[in-house]
Each structure stands twice: as structure tokens, then as C-alpha cells.
Design a protein around this ligand. Structure first.
Ligand code: PMP
Ligand code: GLN
Length: 382
């Protein structure tokens, strides 16, 4: 393995899911739902396969999906993207993020990321030979947030891009209008591009709304907006994602994508196009159901002795383990399967400075109520 990839090892999700299977534990680690997305959308995938839609689709994505994504950005956020040239279909958001970083960052360029960060960001930056510059999110008034002064201080003459994930995995924070405006102002002032990971765009709660960074003044022209179908439609195994950006940036990302995967699987693209056009009511009901699951797991974790933070979005709750008499989340999470038969993710693995996240573990609540209840029963015996 090349030196620049050696620090990454196996992803924490693979490790913890294997541990869950080996120990027969309830897996509240890796974030995937245990019920599938809308029936009609699933049916469209079957129809696409039976209907002979099984050969290479066009590299940028099938027109139906590019048009549906363009309409989704327009109807939801008032953002205009030309489906022919400003929308690119990718193999999940993961490929979109990697291809965007590889296409837009030279070796030695600095990329700002908020830590804790989703693990693929650091690897994508390393693959590009770029340099990650972490800016911490710290718990303030019950949520993880950044200090705008600290963010501004992280920008140097070598800074090329800032990678922004909101709603944010693993903290559950949804950046506010003020926070996004601060990021936008900095991008303008220092001539940075923004790469935004919006895969949880529809999974926000308590009336909190997701705001794409590209909607802020001056930002559409310097933002690569990324999302995917996995979370929105509870089909994380389909791996259909997309990029929306101005022509030049999409064409750069496509130049890389064509040699990573050339194109993305055909049948799922048609099904996701259908979902974006016809299943947004399902998405709204899913959001309500997830919000109830969040409350259910939060209450259970609190009753088990954790101090819990209330996430405004995503699948994840951060729980502080100190009231239970522990202070190292990594050691805690490693032993949790054998002690309680439950798997969680130690938050510190998402940091360059693990000490900042040492006291937290991440629990996923995108599970059936009976699964959440059983996990809570087990955790109460800790
Ligand atoms: N970004 C974030 C923040 C995620 O949590 C995930 C994982 N689900 C991804 C990207 C990857 O998305 P996809 O499965 O579409 O590649
Ligand atoms: N996004 C999911 C999570 O954070 C898992 C994705 C993965 O397994 N790579 O749990």
C-alpha cells in the first residue's frame, strides 16, 4: 500500500459491523436503515432490469436522473442547474467526494475539514496528495459548533477548498444560516471553493431546515454540491449519488470520474429518478418517523445513564460516557459488544485530535422500534 494511504487502515464501519456480526450484537454503529425505501421506487429498479436497462448508461448519468436532480434542486432550494452539463451522476456521494477532491485540488493544496469528519474525506484528500487542515467542532449550548474566528485562522495562501458536511455526520449538527453565511463570506473573501456533502439534506428534525451552501450569495459559482439517494430513500446499498456545480467544475469532476468508474449502475438511476419525482411524500413521512426514533433512542440512552446531545439531523446521536464512569470512548466501544451486546462507534476515530472526542460515542437510531428498545434494555444493564 502506498505510504499516503497507510494511516487509514480498515474503515471503522467495516470493523464495527464485523464485530456486531461476530458477537451477535445489535448494530447501532454503521448508519444504515433496517427497512427499505418506498415500494414503488424499488419496483422501478426491478422493472428497469426486466426491461433490459442493463448496459452501460451515459457517463454523466441517465438523462431521467439528471433532469430529476435538477428539478429537485430547483423546487427544493431555488437553485438552477442545467441537467446537461451541470449535473453528474456518481457511484454514491463517496465517489463524488473523491472525484471532486482529485479533480480540483493539486498536490500540496490545503483543504479545510471540520473535525470530527466523515472518514472518506481524509482518504480522498490524501489520495489527491493534498493536505487536510482540521477545524474543530466543539460542544457549545448542547450542539457541536465551530468558532468562526478559528475557521478564518485556518485559511492560508495554500488553501484551495473547504469541505462542508451539513447535516453533519457524526455529530447531528445542522449548520445554521449564520454559520453557513460565515463559511460563504470566507470562501468569497479568500477565493476558496466549497465542496458540500448534503447526503442527509432531507433528514432534519424539529422544524430545522437544511440550507445548501450554494444558495448563499456568490456561492453557486464556487460550490460543488454533492448528495445521494442512500439516506433520502433508505437504499444505502444502491450507491447512487450526484454532483451539481457550474459547467467547468462538473466537467473537471467528470474527467476524473470517467477513469474511476466510467459510469454508474443503470437500473438504480432510473429508480432514483422516479423516487425524486414521485416519492417525496414518503421522504417526509420517513423524516417524521426518524424524528420519533431519535426521541426514542435519546430517552433510552438517558435512562441508561448517558448524557445525550439532541441531533437536529442525520441518523446519529452523540452520547457522553462520563456519567457512566468512563472517559475513553474507544475502549468503551471496543468492550460494549461483549459487555452489553450493542455496537456503537467511538467518536474519536473521526478526529485528527482524538482527545477532543474521547468522551463521546455515536449511536445510530435508523432502526426498527423493537430493535431500539432491545438495545436500550441491554444498555440499561451496563
Ligand atoms: N457522506 C456522509 C456524511 C455519510 O454519512 C455517508 C455515508 N452514508 C456518505 C457520505 C456516503 O454516501 P454514499 O453511500 O452515497 O456514498
Ligand atoms: N455513512 C455511514 C455511517 O456513518 C456508513 C457508511 C460506511 O459504512 N462507509 O455510519
Amino acid at each position: 500500500l502506498v505510504a499516503r494511504m497507510r494511516e487509514f487502515g480498515t474503515t471503522v464501519f467495516a470493523t464495527m459491523t464485523r464485530l456486531a456480526v461476530e458477537t451477535g450484537s445489535i448494530n447501532l454503529g454503521q448508519g444504515f436503515p433496517d427497512t427499505d425505501g418506498p415500494e414503488e421506487m424499488l419496483e422501478r429498479a426491478v422493472e428497469a432490469i426486466r426491461g433490459g436497462f442493463n448496459q452501460y448508461p451515459p457517463g454523466p448519468g441517465v438523462p431521467e436522473l439528471r433532469h430529476a436532480v435538477s428539478e429537485h434542486q430547483k423546487d427544493g432550494y431555488g437553485l438552477d442547474y442545467d441537467p446537461d452539463g451541470e449535473v453528474l451522476v456518481t457511484v454514491g456521494a463517496t465517489e463524488a467526494i473523491a472525484a471532486a477532491v482529485l479533480a480540483l485540488c493539486e498536490p500540496g493544496d490545503e483543504v479545510i475539514v471540520f473535525e470530527p469528519y466523515y472518514d472518506s474525506y481524509a482518504a480522498a484528500i490524501a489520495l489527491a496528495g493534498a493536505v487536510r487542515v482540521p477545524v474543530p467542532l466543539r460542544v457549545d449550548a448542547g450542539r457541536f459548533a465551530f468558532d468562526p474566528g478559528e475557521l478564518a485562522a485556518a485559511v492560508s495562501p495554500r488553501t484551495r477548498a473547504i469541505l462542508v458536511n451539513s447535516p453533519h455526520n457524526p455529530t447531528g449538527t445542522v449548520f445554521t444560516r449564520e454559520e453557513l453565511a460565515a463559511i460563504a463570506d470566507l470562501c468569497e473573501a479568500r477565493d476558496l471553493i466549497a465542496i458540500t456533502d448534503e447526503v442527509y439534506e432531507h433528514l432534519t428534525f424539529d422544524g430545522v431546515e437544511h440550507l445548501p451552501l450554494a444558495t448563499f450569495p456568490g456561492m453557486r459559482e464556487r460550490t460543488v454540491t454533492i448528495s445521494s439517494a442512500g439516506k433520502t430513500f433508505s437504499v444505502t446499498g444502491w450507491k447512487v449519488g450526484w454532483v451539481c456545480a457550474p459547467y467547468a467544475m462538473v466537467s473537471a469532476v467528470q474527467a476524473v470520474k470517467q477513469f474511476m468508474t466510467f459510469t454508474s449502475s443503470a437500473p438504480w438511476q432510473l429508480a432514483v429518478a422516479y423516487g425524486l419525482r414521485h416519492d417525496m411524500d414518503w421522504v417526509a413521512s420517513q423524516r417524521a418517523s426518524l424524528s420519533a426514533k431519535r426521541d426514542r433512542l435519546m430517552a433510552g440512552l438517558a435512562a441508561s445513564g448517558f448524557e445525550v446531545l439532541r441531533p437536529a439531523g442525520t441518523y446519529f446521536i452523540q452520547a457522553d460516557i462520563r456519567p457512566l464512569g468512563f472517559d475513553d470512548g474507544l475502549a468503551f466501544a471496543r468492550r460494549l459488544p461483549e459487555r452489553a451486546g450493542v455496537v456503537a462507534i467511538p467518536t474519536q476515530v473521526f478526529y485528527d485530535h482524538p482527545e477532543y472526542g474521547a468522551r463521546y460515542v455515536r449511536f445510530a437510531f435508523c432502526k426498527r422500534d423493537d430493535v431500539i428498545d432491545e438495545a436500550v434494555e441491554r444498555l440499561k444493564r451496563l
